[in-house]
Design a protein around this ligand. Structure first.
Ligand code: F6P
Length: 327
C-alpha cells in the first residue's frame, strides 16, 4: 500500500515559544521512524514563499529538546496574505516534493495551513505559544516555561520590594489573553491580578485589595498586569500612586518570558504533539490540529478548532479572587 505522505515540511511561525525545538525534533524523529523524510522550512511562511529550507535527519535534531527558541527561526509573513505569495509557497512545496506540512504556532499559523490545504497539501497544526490562548487545546507549548520564568523574576523582585516597602507592578505577556497573568499571580501570591478579559475597576480590583493587604500588616505589594490590560502597567501604577501614595515601581518582563530552556512539561507536551502530528499524516489525515484535553492528546478539524472560544480558567480566576480578597 502506498504511504499517505513521503516527505513532510515542518516550520515554526508567529511568536516563538520554549519547546518548539522539542516539537521539531519529535516531528523529524517520528517521521524517520515511520519511513517519511523531513525538511525544515526556515522563517515560517516567509521561508515557504522564498524556498528557504534545511534538510533534517536524525542527527541534525540531536540535543534540541533542551534548547529554547526555534532552530528554524520564526517570522510573521505579510507576503503570505496575498494569493501571489500563497502560490509561491505551493510552488516551493512542489519543487521540494513536499506532500504535507506541519506548522507549529498559533491561530494565524493554522489559518495559513488551511489556505494551503485548499491547494491540495496535507496539513497539521501544533499549538505553540506562551499565551496558552488556543481555544481547542487546554495547553500550548511554551506556557509552563513562560510562567516559570515570570515567577522566578517576580520572586526576586519581591525581595527588594519587601526591603523598601514598595508596590511592584509587573507586566507579563498576553496581548489578548490573561492566562499567564492569572497563573503567575496565583503562583507568586499577588496582591491583585488584572487581565484583558475583564473590565478593570481600579477601586474594587486594585486599590481595595492593596488596602486590605495593608490593614492585615503587609508593607509591600505585588500587582500582576497582563500586557493587554487597558493603559498597561504604567497607567495601573499611576492609579495606585494617586489612590494610595505608595512608592510604586513598574517592571515589564517582556520577551524574556519567551526564552530559556523549556520545562519538563513543555518538552514532554511538545514531544507528544510532534509524534501525534506525524502519526495523523501517516494515517492519511489532514487539516487537523493536535491538542490537549486535560492530560490527553486529541485532534480537531482546523475549521472547528478556529471556531472555538477560550475564556479564562474559571477555577483559577475564582481562587485568585478569593486569595486577593476581591469581592
Ligand atoms: O507569543 C505571543 C506573544 O508573546 C504575546 O503575548 C505578545 O503580545 C506578542 O507575542 C509579542 O509579539 P512580538 O514578539 O511580535 O512583539
Amino acid at each position: 500500500m502506498e504511504k499517505a505522505v513521503r516527505r513532510i515540511g515542518v516550520f515554526t511561525s508567529g511568536g516563538d515559544a520554549p519547546g518548539m525545538n522539542a516539537a521539531i525534533r519529535s516531528v523529524v524523529r517520528t517521521a524517520i521512524h515511520m519511513g517519511i523524510e523531513c525538511v525544515g522550512i526556515r522563517r515560517g511562511y516567509h521561508g515557504l514563499i522564498n524556498g528557504d529550507f534545511v534538510t533534517l535527519n536524525f542527527d541534525s535534531v540531536s540535543g534540541l529538546s533542551r534548547r529554547g527558541g526555534t532552530m528554524l527561526y520564526s517570522a510573521r509573513s505579510e507576503d503570505f496574505k496575498s494569493e501571489v505569495g500563497r502560490e509561491r509557497a505551493v510552488a516551493t512545496c512542489k519543487l521540494l516534493g513536499l506532500d504535507a506540512l506541519v506548522g507549529i504556532g498559533g491561530d494565524g499559523t493554522f489559518r495559513g495551513l488551511l489556505t494551503l490545504a485548499d491547494k491540495g497539501l496535507s496539513v497539521i497544526g501544533i499549538p505553540g505559544t506562551i499565551d496558552n490562548d488556543i481555544a481547542c487545546s487546554t495547553y500550548t507549548i511554551g506556557y509552563d516555561t513562560a510562567c516559570n520564568t515570570a515567577v522566578e523574576s517576580i520572586d526576586k523582585l519581591r525581595d527588594t520590594m519587601q526591603s523598601h516597602e514598595r508596590c511592584s507592578v509587573v507586566e507579563v505577556m498576553g496581548r489578548h489573553a490573561g492566562h499567564v497573568a492569572l497563573n503567575v499571580g496565583v503562583a507568586c501570591g499577588a496582591t491583585a491580578v488584572l487581565v484583558p478579559e475583564q473590565v478593570v475597576n481600579y477601586e474594587t480590583d486594585l486599590v481595595e485589595p492593596i488596602r486590605r493587604a495593608r490593614l492585615s500588616g503587609r508593607t509591600h505589594f505585588m500587582i500582576i498586569v497582563a500586557e493587554g490590560v487597558q493603559g498597561g502597567a504604567y497607567e495601573v501604577a499611576k492609579q495606585i500612586h494617586e489612590a494610595t501614595a505608595l512608592d510604586t515601581r513598574v517592571t515589564i518582563l517582556g520577551h524574556v518570558q519567551r526564552g530559556g530552556a523549556p520545562t519538563v512539561r513543555d518538552r514532554v507536551a511538545a514531544t507528544y504533539m510532534g509524534y501525534e502530528a506525524v502519526r495523523l499524516l501517516a494515517e492519511g489525515k489532514t487539516c487537523r490540529v493536535v491538542a490537549m484535553d486535560g492530560e490527553s492528546y486529541v485532534d480537531y478539524d482546523i475549521h472547528e478548532a478556529l471556531a472555538m472560544k477560550k475564556g479564562l480558567d474559571q477555577q483559577t480566576y475564582t481562587v485568585m479572587r478569593a486569595l486577593t480578597g476581591v469581592q
